[in-house]
Design a binder for this molecule. Structure first.
Ligand SMILES: [Ca+2]
Ligand SMILES: [Ca+2]
Ligand SMILES: [Ca+2]
Length: 216
């Protein structure tokens, strides 16, 4: 999911919300009608309207007709957005962040809940989501190693085109700076509270998070 991609999803949603019902929408409505409970639940849980959910559903079914995405498919889809680098590792981490119930596939529900946060969530919700992405083993805190793994994956994905003069130790230096600022009590791990506090207080970290936001 690139920013361009998110922006296009966002634009499609706005366009669809402002236009009237079309024949196509009616057909789509019939398609999702077979599981109205799931749709109503999603409408309540996410920040999307029923109509927006129908449009998202159409897009999701287009890309993955089976209705669920496994990790391999996710990697293939994702690599199309970053042809200049190797996005495999980052796609793996991202997949785990989207697959919130950890059953090995990203369902439409997983996809919608992730998008809801990324497109319409509060800063707090987005930071929570980011923390969960960085916390690779999901034990509730981020180690320096986890942060380095994510950072390396991001640099791999961006490839040489984006950073023509990138030094090999750039990810490591990036992490050292982040970690020193975030690990307030110097116990070697960053907790959710430390993460959110430092991100909200420090403009530099927030700006660096842009790097992160640009690759979702
Ligand atoms: Ca799942
Ligand atoms: Ca962890
Ligand atoms: Ca700490």
């Amino acid at each position: 999911m690139s920013v361009r991609r998110l922006a296009s999803i966002s634009a499609q949603l706005e366009e669809a919300s402002s236009s009237g019902d079309s024949v196509e929408d009616e057909i789509e409505l019939a398609t999702v009608r077979h599981r109205p409970e799931a749709l109503e639940l999603l409408e309540a849980q996410s920040k999307f309207t029923k109509k927006e959910l129908q449009i998202l559903y159409r897009g999701f079914k287009n890309e993955c007709p089976t209705g669920v995405v496994n990790e391999e498919t996710f990697k293939v889809i994702y690599s199309q957005f970053f042809p200049q680098g190797d996005s495999t590792t980052y796609a793996h981490f991202l997949f785990n962040a989207f697959d919130t119930d950890h059953n090995g596939c990203v369902s439409f529900e997983d996809f919608v809940m992730g998008l809801s946060i990324l497109l319409r969530g509060t800063v707090q919700e987005k930071l929570n989501w980011a923390f969960n992405l960085y916390d690779i083993n999901k034990d509730g805190c981020i180690t320096k190693e986890e942060m380095l793994d994510i950072m390396k994956a991001i640099y791999d994905m961006m490839g040489k085109c984006t950073y023509p003069v990138l030094r090999d130790d750039a990810p490591k230096q990036h992490v050292e700076t982040f970690f020193q600022k975030m690990d307030k009590n110097k116990d070697g791990v960053v907790t959710i509270d430390e993460f959110i506090e430092s991100c909200q207080k420090d403009e530099n970290i927030m700006r660096s998070m842009q790097l992160f936001e640009n690759v979702i």
